[in-house]
Design a protein around this ligand. Structure first.
Ligand SMILES: C[S@@+](CC[C@H](N)C(=O)[O-])C[C@H]1O[C@@H](n2cnc3c(N)ncnc32)[C@H](O)[C@@H]1O
Length: 261
């Protein structure tokens, strides 16, 4: 059984590209923790938005391995240096994905609408002044605007278009992003959610949340745009109850298997 992930020594780098960090490791650990389900799910089209160094998409390809059975992989990044670094990282690991230098999935939305079975995102989530969002280079890796939600909310809107009916989304969020509100908003769109990994450092508390379509959830047909004020009274899904316990959590979730580092 293959459970390899990208080796840090083979991950390429550039001064303007985000290096694999705690959030990248937490996302890969979440995917590893859910690997058995992912293999059973048999995603045919897998995508990463914001691939940075390529550590996450390469790890995903390696952990699914031959069992992915012809799945296609696509990754995008707004930073053109990141696209080149990801290409180098993938070549070093002998894997291949289609890499596109674009804003989220701009130019791909028609082609990929309703087709993506697996979407992974470690977005720029750090709360910053709004004017810092969308700057060139490394700043685009973390600048998240108000509550760190500017890029996240745009990505979620695109995700709703791209995900297939059986599509799964794994996304990194920070406490400051108000993940429980994100889950309520996604629930209004018919998505259930679960925290796969929680990780606290002195600086931040990260949650890797998995979203999937739950056809039992009633969706308001008029509710076509994510509404940041949305918080239907009484909604208390599994993620919300998990989030309440978050402050007591310490990093012991998944045995990290970054053995290749
Ligand atoms: C926190 S870094 C994560 C990098 C990598 N996925 C990882 O986990 O190590 C966020 C990445 O998203 C990219 N990014 C930021 N805004 C974006 C946008 N609008 N569209 C596509 N990529 C974006 C950044 O350039 C950066 O590479």
């Amino acid at each position: 059984m293959s459970s390899r992930i990208a080796q840090i020594r083979l991950v390429s780098s550039h001064s303007e590209v985000y290096e694999p960090c705690d959030d990248s490791f937490a996302l890969v650990d979440a995917l590893l923790a859910d690997r058995k389900n992912l293999l059973e799910h048999k995603p045919t089209l897998c995508m990463e938005v914001g691939c940075g160094s390529g550590y996450v998409i390469t790890s995903l390809m390696l952990m699914l391995g031959e069992e992915a059975n012809g799945a296609q992989f696509i990754a995008t990044d707004i930073n053109h240096h990141a696209v080149r670094v990801t290409q180098e990282t993938m070549e070093a690991h002998r894997v291949h994905a289609e890499l596109i230098n674009t804003d989220i999935a701009s130019g791909l939305e028609n082609r990929l609408a309703g087709l993506v079975d697996l979407l992974v995102v470690n977005p720029p989530y750090v709360p910053t002044p709004e004017e810092e969002v969308g700057r060139e280079g490394i700043a685009s890796a973390w600048a998240g605007g108000e509550n760190g939600r500017s890029v996240i909310d745009r990505i979620l809107l695109v995700a709703l278009k791209l995900l297939s009916k059986r599509g799964w989304l794994y996304m990194v969020t920070l406490t400051a992003n108000n993940p429980s509100q994100i889950c309520r908003q996604m629930r209004k769109k018919g998505y259930d959610s679960r925290i796969i990994v929680q990780r606290s450092t002195e600086e931040e508390s990260l949650h890797i949340i998995k979203f999937w379509k739950d056809f039992d959830i009633e969706v308001d047909a008029k509710d076509v745009v994510l509404n940041s004020n949305a918080a239907p009274a009484g909604v208390m899904d599994s993620v919300l109850s998990q989030l309440h316990r978050l402050s007591f959590w310490r990093s012991s979730d998944v045995n990290s298997s970054r053995s290749g580092k």
